[in-house]
Design a protein around this ligand. Structure first.
Ligand SMILES: Nc1ncnc2c1ncn2[C@@H]1O[C@H](COP(=O)(O)OP(=O)(O)O)[C@@H](O)[C@H]1O
Ligand SMILES: [Mg+2]
Length: 395
């Protein structure tokens, strides 16, 4: 069919033409904002899941909902290379300027600007983060040098400014697992302050599945402040994700084609988008047939390897690749460190640093103590076709 009207979106973070499933996560977020607006407290949300399940897309949806609810949403992606303090100062400044434009600042907004200015100067003394904050710094708030206290001061001040304008502010963070422990702790502490003061400010995030554990370690009351919904395969909504974008273009699927594609993709959103795109380009009639689905398979696998899987191993050393391959030998489930080491003919202690590096890079996570699992769905299948166990990496 016409490639120009191909409705599928196999790209990281690309909003799908049809957002399948996720009804609960969307409804809960809207209720969260509406409750905070009315001065009630509610647990905020940190969505977790494997790569390619739609976390970034869901955060985008949260942004859209926030705007609809007359909230200000500021969004960022955490990376290990971006210093956290300056990043927070920048986000909070953007939030404040969106809550109310400089020309219309009242007393609360001016007070918030003062706190934000002293915070900005504390985390970035050269003053490059204070643009638009042409007020005197509020010495004594946001400038103690302890990130915990200062960030809480900033959230509180921004919250008061927002409340004054009958608005709210939500900070949206992607890849939350890359926050350092002290940063996560400060963020949780700041949310705690806004809950105690019943202010319309919150933080919602997304990240890999080890997050609830990390948050619990950072602050023991994290579990009470946050819900950690897990998203994954689309299950009964997988067929909709495939069929709805096509239907909008007047194209339908044979049930056998849907079955073939849902089975292969196991209902993972990214894989469905990739398959949808390939089968669309191959099909010739207004109905996608089972044969089209079978014919598209080679393209789908090649595209997935190229765009989704290979990029992830390419950041690994040969030793790390061998570890991943050994783990793949054991299958997709969580594997005991000792079992993976045994496949390599080594002891757990010998390969522990490798394992730690792979966790640190976000390729593995630890669902429970002593076990590790791939963060990418079907990664075991990929590693087995990518690499011979005894041969060199890559073919
Ligand atoms: N609910 C959904 N329904 C259909 N497609 C989706 C859905 N969520 C995500 N996608 C698609 O899945 C892919 C991965 O989404 P993304 O948000 O980047 O995943 P993650 O951030 O979890 O790695 C994208 O191609 C996106 O268009
Ligand atoms: Mg993402």
């Amino acid at each position: 069919m016409d490639r120009r009207t191909n409705p599928y979106t196999p790209n990281a973070g690309a909003p799908p033409r049809f957002l399948a499933g996720r009804r609960t996560e969307v409804a809960d977020f809207r209720v969260l904002l509406q409750r905070l607006t009315r001065g009630y407290t509610e647990q905020s949300m940190v969505v977790t899941g494997l790569r390619g399940v739609g976390k970034t897309v869901l955060l985008g949806e949260y942004h859209r909902i926030a705007t609809e609810e007359n909230w200000v949403a500021v969004e960022t992606e955490v990376s290990k290379n971006t210093p956290f303090g300056p990043q927070m100062a920048n986000l909070a400044r953007r939030a404040l300027l969106q809550v109310s434009p400089r020309a219309r600042w009242g007393a609360k907004a001016r007070a918030a600007a003062g706190v934000l200015k002293s915070f900005s100067l504390t985390v970035q003394p050269d003053g490059t983060l204070t643009g638009g904050l042409d007020v005197e710094p509020d010495f004594g708030r946001g400038d103690s040098g302890s990130l915990n206290d200062d960030l809480a001061d900033v959230f509180e001040a921004v919250g008061e400014a927002a409340q004054d304008r009958e608005r709210g502010v939500v900070f949206l963070f992607d890849e939350v697992q890359f926050l350092a422990r002290a940063e996560l702790e400060a963020l949780i502490g700041a949310v705690h302050r806004t809950v105690r003061k019943q202010l319309p400010v919150t933080f919602a995030g997304a990240g890999l599945p080890q997050l609830p554990g990390l948050a619990g370690e950072a602050k023991s009351y994290a579990e009470r402040l946050f819900k950690f919904p897990t998203i994954g395969e689309l299950g009964e909504h997988a067929a909709e994700a495939l069929e709805e974008p096509a239907r909008a273009e007047g194209v339908t699927f044979d049930p056998a084609a849907v079955h073939e594609i849902v089975t292969y993709t196991e209902g993972y959103p990214y894989f469905i988008q990739e398959y949808g795109r390939a089968v669309w380009n191959i099909a010739t009639g207004a109905t996608v047939t089972h044969q089209d689905a079978v014919d598209a398979r080679v393209t789908v696998e090649a595209e997935l390897d190229e765009s989704f899987f290979r990029a992830r191993v390419q950041r690994s050393t040969q030793e790390e690749e061998r570890y991943l391959r050994a783990m793949a030998e054991l299958g997709p489930a969580a594997q005991k460190a000792a079992d993976v080491a045994a496949v390599l003919g080594r002891s757990s202690e010998q390969v522990a640093p490798l394992r730690a590096r792979l966790i640190n890079k976000g390729l593995l996570y630890t669902p429970r103590y002593g076990y590790a699992k791939f963060t990418v769905p079907q990664f075991d299948r990929f590693m087995r076709r990518y690499m011979d166990l005894d041969g060199p990496a890559g073919t």
